[in-house]
Design a protein around this ligand. Structure first.
Ligand SMILES: Nc1nc(=O)c2c([nH]1)NC[C@@H]1CN(c3ccc(C(=O)N[C@@H](CCC(=O)O)C(=O)O)cc3)C=[N+]21
Length: 296
C-alpha cells in the first residue's frame, strides 16, 4: 500500500455525528413539547454487562433531558423468560409508554427473538420486530426503522444529499439491527448496494469500489486504509473497546475502520463521536414519532 501522509491538505472531512445528533435532538425536543402527553420511553436491561449498562444509562439520560417520561427496568441476570415477557406486556399496556427498548444481547438463557416479537410493533422503537422489518422491506411508511441505520443515512445525507443515484455502496455486515436495514435504506435512496460479510471473497477489492462504505462488523480496525477508495464516504458503525495502557481507563474505543490509515477518504465518521450519538438521537426521534402517531 502506498502510504499517504497525514496532513490537513488531504485529510478527509470529519462527519461530526455529535453535532448532527444535537440538531436532531433539538428538533425532537420541540416536537415533544408540542404534544399534550410527554413521549414515554422504557429501556429494559437484563444482567450486569458494564458496556450495556453505560449505553442504557445514556439512553435514559437523553430521554430525561428531552423532557420525556423515561423509565428504566434493570432486571437481574437470572430473570426468566416469563418474567421478562411480563415486563414487556406491562409496558405494552401502559398508555404512558410509547417506546420500548430491550437492550441486546440478552443473557444466553433468554430467547431474544421471542422477547422482541412480544413488543407491540408500534412501540418497537428499535425497529427490530418482524413487523417493522417487513414494513421497511416493502416501503410501508409506518415502519419504525432501526436507529443506527437511520442515523447513518442522515450522516450520509450531509455529504451526498438524499439521492444516491450512481453511487456504489458496500455494507460490511448483515445483522438484523444494522447491516440488513442499512442496505435496504441505501437501495431505497437509489444507491447500488452490495452486502458483504465473513464469507465474501476479496473483501478489500470489493470495498475499493465503494463510493460509500459502511462498516458494521464489530471487529476493531478491520477495514484497512488501502481498502478505501480515494474520496469515499466511510461510515464506521463499530464501537469496540481495546486495551490502551496510556489511558486512565486502561482502554479506548475504536471503530471497524483503521481511522489513522483512512487519510484519502473523502469523508469519515470518527469513533467516538460519529454513528454512536446518532443512534441515540434516532431512538429519541423514533419515540417522539411513536407518541405523535398515538396522539393522532
Ligand atoms: N436493543 C438494542 N438497541 C441498540 O441500539 C443497541 C443495543 N440493543 N445493544 C448495544 C448496541 C450499541 N449501541 C450504541 C449506542 C450508542 C453508542 C454511543 O453513543 N457511543 C459513543 C461513545 C460512548 C462511549 O464512550 O462508550 C460514541 O460513539 O461517540 C454506542 C453504541 C446501541 N445498541
Amino acid at each position: 500500500m502506498e502510504t499517504v501522509p497525514l496532513s490537513s491538505a488531504n485529510a478527509p472531512r470529519l462527519i461530526d455525528g455529535k453535532a448532527i445528533a444535537a440538531a436532531v435532538t433539538e428538533d425532537v425536543a420541540s416536537r415533544a413539547a408540542a404534544l399534550a402527553a410527554k413521549p414515554g420511553l422504557a429501556v429494559v436491561l437484563v444482567g450486569e454487562d458494564p458496556a450495556s449498562a453505560v449505553y442504557v444509562r445514556m439512553k435514559s439520560e437523553k430521554a430525561e433531558a428531552l423532557g420525556f417520561h423515561s423509565v428504566q427496568h434493570s432486571l437481574p441476570a437470572e430473570t426468566s423468560q416469563d418474567e421478562l415477557l411480563a415486563v414487556v406486556d406491562a409496558l405494552n399496556a401502559d398508555p404512558a409508554i410509547h417506546g420500548i427498548l430491550v437492550q441486546l444481547p440478552l443473557p444466553a438463557h433468554l430467547d431474544s427473538a421471542a422477547v422482541i416479537a412480544a413488543i407491540d410493533p408500534d412501540k418497537d422503537v428499535d425497529g427490530l420486530s418482524v413487523i417493522n422489518a417487513g414494513r421497511l422491506a416493502v416501503g410501508d411508511p409506518n415502519a419504525i426503522v432501526p436507529c443506527t441505520p437511520l442515523g447513518s443515512m442522515t450522516l450520509i445525507g450531509t455529504v451526498h444529499g438524499t439521492d444516491l443515484s450512481g453511487l456504489n455502496a458496500v455494507v460490511i455486515g448483515r445483522s438484523r439491527l444494522v447491516g440488513l436495514p442499512m442496505a435496504l435504506l441505501l437501495a431505497k435512496a437509489n444507491a447500488t448496494v452490495t452486502i458483504a460479510h465473513s464469507r465474501t471473497k476479496d473483501l478489500p477489492g470489493l470495498c475499493q469500489n465503494a463510493d460509500i462504505l459502511v462498516a458494521a462488523v464489530g471487529r476493531p480496525e478491520m477495514v484497512k486504509g488501502d481498502w478505501i477508495k480515494p474520496g469515499a464516504t466511510v461510515i464506521d458503525v463499530g464501537t469496540s473497546r481495546v486495551p490502551d495502557a496510556s489511558r486512565k481507563s486502561g482502554q479506548r474505543l475504536v471503530g471497524d475502520v483503521a481511522f489513522a490509515e483512512a487519510t484519502h477518504a473523502g469523508a469519515i465518521t470518527p469513533v467516538p463521536g460519529g454513528v454512536g450519538p446518532m443512534t441515540i438521537a434516532m431512538l429519541m426521534r423514533n419515540t417522539v414519532e411513536a407518541a405523535e402517531r398515538k396522539a393522532r
